[in-house]
Design a protein around this ligand. Structure first.
Ligand SMILES: Cc1ncc(COP(=O)(O)O)c(C=O)c1O
Length: 398
């Protein structure tokens, strides 16, 4: 007889399947831009390897050499004995690159966001977040004992109200933290960073931005979205970014004032109670950072590809959410149509994934295309042609 837990899980999975919301797992071999799945070669438009650095010869060589030096893992948490010289070097290099006083590394971006928000906020504080923020920022706030308020966008009147409201329910001083993605991963659009910076500065709210989808490839010399919008640490005191995208690896960092980073090293549970980032990854990321600075051609190639995609899409009237980043989303009216489009592209050898509930609201289902520096103009042209053909067919009455 099945136990009650199995019954509950089966019931929930069946409901999810009925809504066509089960996400399939693709098992690939080879690199993420040119994967092989079930012995078929694909060109991927859903890898986050924005500059193609996961296969860059210098980055790969750095990882190989690091294995010889350190072995595979860090073998301990940072405050026990997992912190290596390469972590120190990477932190120093990132502090210089981001023009911040200090940097600390995390094993993943999810852990960075979860831990930082929890370490900073106390129960009578308020955390303000954009509704479209990455799950790790939202979960960080939910896990903290602070009050989470979610605003729709910069024009949401609630945001202003919450920023000026004092917490009267407690005699203790209440602090505010505002956390935002710089580039929203479900639309590719930038947050209103300049306005957020100004507002937070004005109302003494601590601003934490997650630049995972901008850092390393956008802005001057790849210094990220804050460089693009000319925002210094006065406006944005805390910067977080992952290494799983532009750096082609995994892990993350947080950059800020020395006091903030000193505090986080002592209080951030997802830093203290977990195995430190592998020194192999830290070495690869350190070299990737050098490649970003030495070889601007990768950034230029990505920029050209974004230009080509947005120009061609506009020319043929492809419905794409307006975005100037590597993330380009095509809204689809139904989950059935979205699944068909994904399958159609797969048959043609192109991989792109749909965003469906619960990741996005049912009204926000879309096909997300992620461009990278390794895509060639002919591939982008072909993808747009395929999308156009399929969407036109879907619009025709049956
Ligand atoms: C904006 C953003 N923040 C954080 C994360 C989590 O990073 P990681 O994959 O390193 O845990 C992601 C990854 O999907 C992301 O897109």
């Amino acid at each position: 007889m099945k136990n009650m837990w199995t019954c509950r899980l089966e019931r929930k999975l069946a409901h999810q399947a009925q809504q066509q919301c089960i996400r399939d797992i693709l098992c690939r071999s080879q690199n993420s831009t040119n994967p092989i799945i079930d012995q078929k070669h694909y060109l991927s438009f859903c890898s986050n390897d924005y500059l193609g650095l996961s296969t860059h010869p210098r980055v790969v060589e750095a990882a190989k050499q690091a294995i010889d030096t350190y072995g595979i893992g860090s073998n301990s948490s940072p405050l026990v004995s997992g912190y290596c010289d390469i972590h120190h070097q990477l932190e120093a290099a990132l502090a210089e690159f981001t023009r911040r006083e200090a940097v600390m590394l995390f094993s993943t971006g999810y852990m960075a966001n979860l831990g930082v928000i929890n370490a900073l906020c106390e129960h009578n504080d308020t955390i303000l977040q954009d509704k479209h923020n990455h799950a790790s920022l939202i979960d960080g706030a939910l896990l903290s004992r602070a009050t989470l308020k979610r605003y729709h966008n910069i024009n949401d009147p609630s945001l202003y109200r919450w920023l000026i409201t004092k917490n009267r329910s407690t005699a203790a001083k209440s602090y505010k933290l505002l956390a935002s993605d710089t580039v929203f991963s479900t639309s590719g659009q930038y947050a209103a960073l300049s306005k957020l910076g100004k507002l937070c500065h004005q109302h003494q709210a601590f601003l934490l931005v997650d630049d995972t989808h901008g850092f390393g490839h956008s802005g001057s010399e790849g210094r990220g979205s804050l460089a693009l919008f000319n925002l210094s640490e006065i406006r944005v005191p805390l910067l977080m970014s992952g290494f799983g995208k532009t750096f082609g690896a995994s892990g993350a960092f947080v950059a800020g004032k020395r006091t903030t980073i000193n505090f986080l090293r002592q209080h951030c549970r997802t830093y203290i109670y977990t195995t430190a980032l592998s020194p192999v990854i830290a070495s690869a990321v350190y070299t990737a950072l050098k490649v970003i600075q030495d070889e601007p051609n990768h950034q230029q190639a990505l920029e050209n590809n974004i230009q080509q995609f947005t120009t061609c899409a506009a020319e043929i009237g492809l419905p794409v959410i307006r975005s100037t980043t590597a993330i380009q989303c095509v809204p689809i009216s139904s989950i059935t149509q979205a699944i068909r489009l994904e399958q159609y592209l797969r048959e043609k050898g192109y991989l792109a994934r749909i965003l469906r509930p619960p990741t996005v609201a049912p009204s926000k289902i879309c096909l997300r295309i992620t461009l990278n520096a390794l895509h060639q103009p002919k591939h982008i042209t072909k993808l747009i042609t395929l999308l156009h053909k399929n969407l036109q067919k879907c619009e025709q009455p049956a």
